[in-house]
Design a protein around this ligand. Structure first.
Ligand code: NAD
Length: 382
């Protein structure tokens, strides 16, 4: 199958990601079916799409007529068989629970047309594991959109052990047709590309607090001074400290025990102070977004420390064969977050030798192998 053959996309789940992915598909000319387990959930998902499109009309990004035509291209279902009967491409966005994913894929395998590709939007789960429940593992692929799906450009296309080249290419091309920036992930490895390159920063920022090197405000102020719209600690609060905690546990199990949640993070989660959603986390959110005093910026904080550990982690993805090229990693990092440059673009400017030296120092200072420079970083040949 080719991307041109994909006319109808079915989205399983109408929650935060599902309704967003359905909207992106509609905005780019696809016919869409959206399915959830109860009528009120699909109704709510459709309402969210309508509201979002109304905003696009207000901003003059689409016309009222366009909006009407696109909303005419979506059908909503509770019955799985009805939803998938003429699907060419299915994207699953059900809760991140393996038993649910497997149940959904078993049903999809039974009920979706034989030619249909079955994609999962899982953030962390094994594509190979999900595919193994079906009789078409070569047609199962990871398709990791970022939140909010309508705005974020990156889509990671993840290969399971049995995913065929054809399926990878169709998923890549469908994402490109959805006006996204797809990147192929050649191995279904923890955190794929974007979250894996970010992961060591959680050890770094955790250790800064545990060791009293700086306060969250001092670091956030410094990062804001350097042009980041939101500092790392505020971002953690924004996403939820429980999310950060669980992702540390996941990386501790799958990548290195050094990812174990730090003392301060565990204390916050145990106390139920989870950030924005509870009104208090690292910062106080009871009166809205915390006011960060930029005058408190920690002047001697060296941004190259942060770049060094991210470039180093990115070289691991090349060594492990998770990403095909430095350019793919740069593309993922630029389109998945707000930065203007990817890690390898930055490394060229700073110098690999300098970054390797930094990593040596940081590995000793923070007593973790995660920061130890890889051979690739030391040689500076990517
Ligand atoms: N929220 C994010 O930031 C984000 C980002 C990237 C990927 N993801 C991944 O996307 C997936 C969905 O996450 P979400 O944040 O949209 O969750 P959500 O809880 O907002 O939505 C999940 C929806 O799936 C529905 N559902 C449950 N069982 C189902 C079934 N059998 N068939 C169809 N729908 C079913 C639920 O009723 C719910 O409406 C997860 O795998 C998550 O890891 C989430």
């Amino acid at each position: 199958m080719k991307a041109e053959d994909v006319k109808k996309i079915v989205v399983m789940g109408a929650g935060d990601m599902g309704h967003g992915i359905a909207e992106v598909a509609l905005l780019n000319g696809y016919k869409v079916a959206m399915r959830d387990i109860e009528q009120r959930f699909v109704d709510k998902g459709l309402q969210r799409i309508e509201e979002s499109m109304a905003k696009l009309v207000e901003k003059q990004k689409i016309s009222e007529e366009n909006k009407k035509a696109m909303l005419g291209n979506i059908e909503i279902f509770v019955d799985v068989g009805e939803a998938v009967k003429d699907a060419d491409f299915v994207i699953e966005a059900a809760p991140e629970v393996m038993d649910i994913k497997k149940a959904v894929f078993q049903e999809l395998d039974k009920l979706a047309p034989e030619h249909a590709v079955l994609a999962t939007n899982t953030s962390n789960m094994s594509i190979t594991g999900i595919a193994s429940i079906t009789k078409r593992p070569e047609k199962v692929v990871g398709m990791h959109f970022f939140n909010p799906a309508v705005l974020m450009k990156l889509v990671e296309i993840i290969r399971g052990d049995k995913t065929s080249d054809e399926t990878m290419q169709v998923a890549y091309d469908v994402a490109a047709k959805m006006n996204k920036a797809p990147v192929m992930v050649e191995k279904d490895s923890p955190g794929f590309i974007y979250n894996r390159v970010q992961a060591p920063t959680s050890i770094f920022f955790g250790a800064i607090l545990d060791r009293g090197i700086a306060t969250p405000e001092e670091i956030d102020a410094k990062m804001r001074q350097m042009g980041m719209p939101m500092g790392p600690y505020e971002l953690m609060d924004y996403v939820g400290l429980d999310v950060a905690y669980h992702s540390c546990l996941y990386f501790a199990e799958t990548v290195s025990p050094d990812y174990k949640p730090t003392k301060w993070l565990k204390e916050k989660v145990d106390a139920g102070t989870l950030g924005k959603k509870t009104g208090k986390g690292i910062f106080d959110w009871s009166k809205g977004r915390p006011a960060i005093d930029l005058a408190k910026a920690k002047e001697d904080f060296d941004i190259n420390d942060l770049i060094a550990i991210q470039v180093n982690e990115a070289t691991k993805l090349l060594e492990e064969g998770v990403a095909k090229s430095p350019d793919d990693i740069d593309k993922a990092m630029v389109n998945g977050g707000g930065s203007a440059f990817g890690p390898f673009q930055l490394a060229k400017g700073i110098g690999y030798d300098k970054l390797a030296e930094k990593c040596e120092g940081l590995a000793k200072k923070f007593d973790t192998d995660v920061f130890k420079p890889t051979e690739t970083l030391k040689k500076g040949k990517v």
